[in-house]
Design a binder for this molecule. Sequence first.
Ligand SMILES: NC(=O)C1=CN([C@@H]2O[C@H](COP(=O)(O)OP(=O)(O)OC[C@H]3O[C@@H](n4cnc5c(N)ncnc54)[C@H](OP(=O)(O)O)[C@@H]3O)[C@@H](O)[C@H]2O)C=CC1
Ligand SMILES: N[C@@H](CCC(=O)N[C@@H](CSC=O)C(=O)NCC(=O)O)C(=O)O
Ligand SMILES: [Zn+2]
Ligand SMILES: [Zn+2]
Length: 375
Amino acid sequence: MSAQIITCKAAIAWEAGKDLVVEDIQVLPPGPDEVRIKVDYTGVCHTDAYTLGGHDSEGKFPCVLGHEGGGTVESVGDNVTDVKVGDHVIPLYTAECKDCKFCKSGKTNLCQAVRATQGQGVMPDGTVRFKCRGQDVYHFMGCSTFSQYTVVSKFSVVSIAKEANLEKACLLGCGITTGYGAATKQRYIQGAQVAIFGVGCVGLAAIQGARAAGATRIIAIDTNSKKKSHAIHHGATDFINPLEIKDKSIQEHLVEITDGGLDYTFDCTGNVKVMRSALEACHKGWGESIIIGVAPAGTEIATRPFQLVTGRVWKGSAYGGVKGRTELPGIVLDYLNKKLDVDTFHTHSRSLKDINEAFHDMHGGDCIRCVVNMK
Ligand SMILES: NC(=O)C1=CN([C@@H]2O[C@H](COP(=O)(O)OP(=O)(O)OC[C@H]3O[C@@H](n4cnc5c(N)ncnc54)[C@H](OP(=O)(O)O)[C@@H]3O)[C@@H](O)[C@H]2O)C=CC1
Ligand SMILES: N[C@@H](CCC(=O)N[C@@H](CSC=O)C(=O)NCC(=O)O)C(=O)O
Ligand SMILES: [Zn+2]
Ligand SMILES: [Zn+2]
């Protein structure tokens, strides 16, 4: 029997800068290369707030935000073979087609098969699967997990072990995998001195990745001293609140205490001034700074070119460099085998009707991740 339109609840972002509105939405059946998912849980990431705040140059409204979900496959299109009805799945905002130039390069996880339409808020055929009050509603990051049901491309979803609790595993859809992957994928991190700027969900996961990969000194830097205990729990050896450093910049302080600078630094704030500090805290000749944070539209990074001439490297990472369909099931197994701590990132819970409170939680200073129960 072919799939029908589903009417369910979703949190609609009608316009930038306004609260989400939870109301009925119609979710169309999946196309031949698509998967319809019953979303069980979703995290709320800083990037959702960034787009809702009007800072995303790709932001399209009205839309269904959310990209850190876990759910169950409800129906699949005729050409879908890798996931089946009833599977537990994670939607992937970084798709993996396994066939494009990017996927086949072996150099990047940035599959381009659906990226152009994803950025326009539509499915690969150029149309949407959401309607509300008779109006088309855009998709977001190819996931739109703030709806009880969503439709994604078959390249943007992966099945995971059913033993993994989706209330926790949903966080592997973005924040944890992003930080953990970005650190573990650095080639020479074993024995390295590392600094992580911003220790929210992404930064804490980067600390955990650096520890797992054998970094010997891991310096956590955050303007919120309440993050210190979380940072130490995940493996930081030092915690610095940059607001407490007087008479010198944080990068000067870091260069001093590390005998010339860090081997690796990670920006997990999205603040372009912090990105500069992170680059300039790197060791001359070889230090590498990885930008993970997403900066507001219109902002730009700056440093003296001499910083790069003298051997520091500035680069970036999306979704931790992880290829979702190939690698995420193994990361979920690491979680199940207790090699990766996921549970302690889940500090707050909300129901769908209270989803706006999850955004307030995020800015409250004591929240790592708020998980929304979509039932
Ligand atoms: N590249 C990618 O694939 C991804 C990027 N991101 C981006 O990564 C960034 C981090 O995300 P997330 O962990 O969810 O965000 P959080 O807001 O949870 O964490 C950021 C942390 O940085 C702190 N901070 C703010 N300003 C400074 C500063 N000047 N110096 C040091 N610390 C500071 C914040 O403190 P306070 O709480 O006081 O504000 C907070 O503790 C965001 O920009 C997000 O959009 C997220 C996921 C994937
Ligand atoms: N749309 C923005 C850029 C937003 C961005 O950089 N997104 C990250 C993921 S953030 C997750 O929480 C990312 O993966 N970027 C790579 C990509 O292909 O989008 C803009 O237009 O600036
Ligand atoms: Zn995110
Ligand atoms: Zn691809």
